[in-house]
Ligand binder design. Sequence first.
Ligand code: SF4
Ligand code: SF4
Length: 164
Amino acid sequence: MLERTGVPTPEQIREVTPPEEIMKAKPVAIIECFQKIPCDPCHTACPTGAILEFEDINDLPKIDWSKCTGCALCVAKCPGLAVFVVDMTYSDREAIVKLPYEFLPVPSRGEEVECLNREGKVVSKGKVLQVFEPFKDGTKVISVVVPKEFAMEIRHIRVVRKDG
Ligand code: SF4
Ligand code: SF4
């Protein structure tokens, strides 16, 4: 499925989803990287050692969630745009999803955006909480507040402005 559509299977997503007790406790990175390629900037960008050292450069990344702070530097550094941070602790009904963004226009803080799932379908609206570009290389990390029930589905945003 992934090779044909670019969309991972529910089983693949389950394999990279942190245990519920971790998700309830703090923001954590979710690494949706399923293809073995020679690549490891997620590991080298991580300041806490949460993304473990690769034995072979083609390995899939492994994460120790206990060390993850949700800083999202790995989100900004992954060339495959395959890493996200989800913070289920934000409020009773809302979560934060931090996702990589390389499009124009760049949304502003407080702006309402459309939130898309892995298939590119709009599943909800969201509100931009923060835009940052830690490495000043064109890849921004957008923190968006979304309904909690969609936090594990939303993986992209679309800026919709009536004035174009
Ligand atoms: S969010 Fe920060 S601490 Fe967590 S894995 Fe990514 S770089 Fe490391
Ligand atoms: S940087 Fe991204 S594409 Fe490369 S190994 Fe890490 S998660 Fe996979």
